[in-house]
Write a protein that binds this ligand. Structure first.
Ligand code: 2AM
Length: 190
């Protein structure tokens, strides 16, 4: 019987060029302080939901589920730094997680579970990994805020190419005004 192939997948926010450049600058300065391996600028992202290995045949279900998400766009202020000792990553995050980000993750997770996908039970901890195998934690836990206007989200595939991690976009979906906001707007007089 032919084996069904799988893909290692996750939903994420992907930065635009300006935010990517600012995060890559931050990664470079943290690297001087904490050593370890810098995440290449083109790989920097914020994971929303990690799916792990998914049968390729289920990718259309993931696309349909993502297309059905109705969630507002939001601003993320990247102003916090931290270090996880258990996996030695240095990451950037946000002192205050926007409610819209939590709701987007909750909506995705709910849709995924309903469709029979396995998602983690752990509480969502928004983090943008900047260094792996870091030798020490950064001395300060705050950074000048980087404004990230999240206007869409992506489904990514994680691959290994020549021993390096490579990410490929499978789909991208816009975040927009929530339906309630649209309905609340005054109707134009005709
Ligand atoms: P990390 O940066 O903390 O390793 C692609 O691998 C993305 O999915 C990364 O953002 C990674 O987070 C996250 N990821 C990888 N394995 C994961 C797991 N088992 N649980 C949750 N997130 C994971």
């Amino acid at each position: 019987m032919p084996q069904e192939t799988t893909a290692r997948l996750f939903f994420a926010l992907w930065p635009d060029d300006a935010v990517r450049a600012a995060l890559a600058r931050l990664a470079r300065s943290l690297h001087q302080e904490c050593a370890g391996r810098m995440i290449p600028a083109h790989n920097i992202h914020l994971t929303l939901v990690f799916l792990g290995n998914v049968a390729n045949g289920r990718i259309p279900d993931l696309r349909a589920l993502a297309a059905a998400i109705a969630a507002p766009s939001f601003d993320l202020i990247v102003d916090a730094l931290d270090y996880w000792r258990h996996n030695r990553i240095v990451w950037a995050g946000t002192a205050e997680c926007p409610e819209a980000l939590r709701k987007l993750v909750a909506q995705l997770t709910h849709g995924l579970r309903t469709a029979g996908f396995r998602c983690e039970d752990r509480q969502y901890a928004p983090h943008i990994t900047l260094l792996r195998a870091a030798r020490r934690a950064p001395a300060v836990q705050a950074t000048g805020g980087i404004l990230w206007r999240a206007g869409d989200f992506v489904l990514m595939q994680s691959l290994r190419r020549n021993g390096a991690v490579a990410y490929e976009a499978i789909g991208r979906w816009p975040l927009g005004a929530a339906l309630q906001d649209v309905l609340r707007r005054p109707m134009p007089m005709v």
